[in-house]
Design a protein around this ligand. Structure first.
Ligand SMILES: NC(=O)C[C@H](N)C(=O)O
Length: 477
């Protein structure tokens, strides 16, 4: 699809030139493209002409909620065990509000320049290095998230099959080999969904994925009332020793406020659980009748719904196992219990259906970096998805314990995507004439970025300290 060039050599994206297939226009968009500012009520409002979205409000909520909800939910009970109920609730509310504020910054910045692509905002703020930085952080973070989802499939699916088929624990058949299973799941479920041309089409699978997580939550609540907390409860059945992740507290009593060395992981776990920022602008691009308020509503509803689910999961998970809860809640439940086998399956389905949603921003970042001026092409669309999935599969198959890598990625990319980048883009892109540096919104954004840097430095420091201590206590292994 060809866009007409204006006299200054830029693409003309004026409203009377809205392309038939706006998606191509977005993929086509280059750094020099102009967007038409629309002066209404004396305020400059940029009209988005990059794409005419067709995804309904409800489907967009499903997609964004699905992007938020992932493996992060499994670590929240553990986070609560290491902060106590009150501190946890305060931190969770703070991260929820900050996450919504960050989306507000992204949407406002996108509105000012009329671009709904994270990487392009990076370009507007800092030129090519800004674009490369944003694309790399998105790719790194989302590959980390995808790997964590496939890691769950690799570990849990064999147990589910063994449990449902009543096979002995030591069976060596190929269908209980996690490595074979992730390849099968990737090829038969994830790849076809990742090949969809638009994220909007994933609304139905996202809705289904969310209902699986609701089932998980209901079961966690139910189990609280049937499982008795016992001090001898053995939860490390898989034999994986993770000294740095194990809680030190072994009592069956709820703590309201507590601080221990593992408290350091709380903010990275919560921040990771709320990351959906690379998906926000792609979802906005496909929203029907888009405007900032409507998209902010999509974000607020999704964030609020996920906040409720996170809070309930954490509280009931914690009140079932107290200080002994593992950093992966599912590990705590018996593998012989049919209900819990079904719950594991539901969580697996939920995270598997999240993988394609998380893959979309990676493909967009790669396209923006390697083929910035090229129109949509199926070959590129398909090959990037295949390469990304291939790489993530290799990672999950050959790296035995990627938790440390996640810890580091969670501590660096999550604060960057939530706090630092949206704040810096806002400060740099919203013109001084519209909002001077000393205006309230800009000062708020500066504080927000500073907070992001503090979180990031603190998390990295704590994680390094824990690694060093963990290595010492496990004899240097
Ligand atoms: N979308 C992501 O990056 C992570 C997601 N928030 C999770 O909890 O797994």
């Amino acid at each position: 699809m060809e866009l007409q060039k204006t006299s200054n050599g830029h693409h003309d994206l004026s409203p009377n030139r809205i392309p038939e297939n706006g998606f191509d226009a977005l993929e086509n968009m280059t750094e020099g493209d102009n967007f038409l500012p629309n002066k209404s009520n004396g305020k400059i409002e940029t009209q988005f002409t990059d794409f005419e979205g067709k995804t309904s409000f409800r489907m967009s909520i499903f997609n964004l909620s699905n992007a938020i909800m992932g493996s992060g939910i499994l670590g929240l009970a553990y986070a609560m065990a290491n902060t106590g109920i009150i501190l946890f609730v305060i931190l969770l509310i703070s991260i929820t509000v900050l996450s919504a504020y960050s989306i507000h910054l992204l949407l406002k910045t996108a509105g000012v320049v009329g671009i709904r692509a994270y990487e392009q905002l990076g370009y507007r703020a800092f030129g090519p290095p800004g674009k490369i930085l944003a694309a790399c952080i998105i790719t790194l973070h989302n590959i980390g998230a995808m790997s964590s989802y496939l890691f769950i499939v690799k570990i849990e699916l064999p147990h589910i099959i063994q449990g449902l088929m009543e096979l002995p624990d030591n069976s060596t058949d190929w269908f209980v080999d996690g490595r074979c299973l992730i390849i099968i799941v990737s090829v038969t479920v994830i790849l076809p969904l990742a090949l969809m041309k638009r994220l909007g089409y994933l609304g139905y699978t996202s809705g289904f994925s969310l209902s699986c997580m609701v089932f998980f939550l209901i079961s966690v609540i139910y189990k609280k009332f049937v499982i008795e907390c016992s001090l001898e409860h053995s939860y490390n059945e898989t034999g994986v020793t993770e000294s740095i992740y194990n809680s030190t507290d072994d009592t069956c009593e709820a703590k309201f406020i507590t601080i221990n060395p593992q408290t350091a992981f709380t903010i990275p776990i919560m921040a990771f659980a709320f990351v959906c920022h690379p998906e926000v602008l792609p979802i906005y691009t496909e929203l029907k009748n888009p405007n900032k308020k409507r998209m902010q509503n999509v974000a607020n509803i999704s964030i609020l719904a996920m906040f409720v689910m996170y809070l309930l999961t954490a509280i009931f998970g914690y009140l079932t196992f107290y200080g002994k809860v593992d950093s992966e809640l599912l590990k705590m439940y018996s593998k012989k219990d049919t209900l819990m086998l079904c719950v594991r399956l539901a969580v697996l389905i939920a995270v598997t259906l999240t993988v394609p949603v998380v893959l979309f921003p990676i493909r967009r970042a790669v396209l923006q970096l390697l083929f910035p001026d090229k129109p949509f092409h199926w070959m590129r669309h398909i090959s990037i998805a295949v390469c990304v999935l291939f790489f993530v599969n290799l990672l999950v198959i050959f790296v035995p314990n990627i938790r440390d890598i996640f810890g580091f990625i969670g501590a660096t990319s999550a604060p960057s995507l939530i706090f630092i980048l949206p704040g810096i883009f806002y400060i740099c892109i919203v013109p001084e004439a519209q909002e001077p540096l000393k205006s309230r919104p800009k000062i708020q954004a500066i504080v927000f970025v500073t907070l992001g840097f503090i979180f990031m430095i603190m998390s990295i420091m704590f994680i390094i300290i824990e690694w060093v201590n963990g290595k010492k206590t496990s004899g240097g292994h």
